[in-house]
Design a protein around this ligand. Structure first.
Ligand SMILES: Cc1ncc(COP(=O)(O)O)c(C=O)c1O
Length: 393
């Protein structure tokens, strides 16, 4: 039923347990790990040359990322994780005095802390909503309405996930962006889980979003330490990095000339020393996606998610939101209050044989078990999980 990707992962995958927590960090194909190791060694052979050549290569990687998410490379900047990308966006934002930032209780803890820091620093108000109605069987229009009805005259920005960390609900961003634009509310998206899961398209679907941060080390299976931000061209003139470096004014050093005609991308470039091998490893990651084709991998992820949901449903386990809902879930979240027999040792289910690792995302007021199968998971693994769960319910 599923395509087997076993050969792509077996060199580094630990098969002594079943990893159903790909949503925290995806496993990279072996070729991606091998490239990073090779890059590390190659760089060390001539560090000066490696440093000088890195910038041109980063620009080409940014162009490849642009092709993957249908965005202009010049509208992007790379960062090691979405937390840093969201910091650049949120901390760099200039909002009128007395503004309110609206967000939800479904957001990721570190992003909430950025918002709290921003609100405190700029004396803005920060309001959290608990959009429980999203769990109901609603349409995309109704989902958007649930959020839009919360806007007041003070609301100047909405910070929200593309795919919520706990219940996996995918926000219908095209519709949400269009309402935000009409109401004058900036739409800032935490897209940690979307790249590699959804076919992102910044030139059509997402062109009314204002700011977007996405991780490449989750569903994209990129090297750990890879992420990006996309900034709508209408905001680029006012978007500055939160600190200075070589390229933050127009006099960039000659080695960074590939960025020279792209003032925004140049300004946002990390133009100082760091370890480049994670970003270089993205080359093999894009090769992997090209080899199989995006649609095929998206389909293979969705097949596993549905197989697991259906298999567990047959044993009496209903997720917080279904992958088949009109506003679908992309990750499987289960209410732990309904699973009293489940105990955990770290992220492992106590007593599971084979051992099963799950996600236990921290969401205020909720205790959730999250299952995030990816293409590295085999059908036999998912069958073993369904059997193990049936003994515990
Ligand atoms: C919704 C969401 N936002 C942000 C993050 C932060 O990701 P990172 O630690 O890679 O910055 C995560 C990580 O799990 C997440 O799930």
């Amino acid at each position: 039923m599923f395509h087997s990707f076993t050969g792509e992962f077996e060199k580094y995958k630990d098969s002594r347990f079943i990893n159903l927590n790909n949503g925290t960090l995806g496993l990279s194909p072996s070729s991606v790990i091998d490239q990073q190791k090779t890059e590390l060694e190659r760089f060390e052979m001539n560090t000066s040359m490696g440093y000088g050549e890195a910038w041109q290569r980063l620009w080409v990687i940014q162009e490849r990322l642009g092709l993957f998410i249908n965005a202009k490379a010049s509208d992007l900047f790379l960062r090691p994780n979405v937390t840093l990308a969201m910091n650049e966006i949120i901390m760099g934002l200039s909002l009128p005095d007395d503004s309110e930032i609206l967000t939800t209780h479904f957001e990721y803890g570190a992003v909430v802390k950025i918002l709290k820091m921003k609100a405190q620093k700029d004396r803005l108000s920060l309001r959290f909503i608990q959009p429980e109605d999203l769990y109901k069987d609603i349409t995309a229009d109704q989902a958007v309405e649930i959020l839009a009805k919360e806007f007041t005259d003070k609301t100047k920005a909405l910070v929200i996930s593309h795919i919520f960390i706990g219940n996996g609900i995918e926000m219908p961003l095209k519709k949400l962006a269009s309402i935000c634009r009409k109401k004058g509310v900036l739409l800032i998206i935490d897209g940690a889980h979307a790249p590699g899961m959804l076919n992102l398209d910044f030139k059509s679907d997402l062109n009314d979003v204002d700011f977007y941060g996405g991780n490449l080390h989750k569903w994209m299976m990129g090297p750990k330490g890879t992420a990006f931000a996309w900034v709508n061209p209408i905001h680029q003139e006012k978007t500055f990095p939160v600190y200075g470096s070589w390229t933050t004014d127009s006099n960039a050093p000659p080695t960074m000339h590939s960025f020279a005609n792209h003032p925004f991308a140049q300004r946002m470039l990390w133009s100082h020393t760091f370890s480049f091998n994670a970003f270089f490893g993205l080359e093999k990651c894009f090769d992997f996606w090209d080899q199989y084709g995006k649609e095929f991998i998206f389909k293979e992820i969705a097949l596993r998610m549905k197989y697991l949901e259906d298999g567990l449903q047959a044993k009496g386990l209903t997720p917080l939101k279904s992958v088949n809902a009109k506003v679908p879930a992309r990750l499987l979240g289960y209410d732990l209050k309904q699973l009293p027999k489940f105990e955990f040792e770290g992220l492992f289910i106590k007593g599971s044989d084979p051992r099963i690792q799950v996600g236990l995302p921290r969401i205020p007021g909720a205790s959730i078990l999250r299952l995030t199968p990816h293409i590295q998971n085999t059908q036999a693994e998912l069958d073993a999980v369904i059997l193990a769960f049936s003994r515990l319910v």
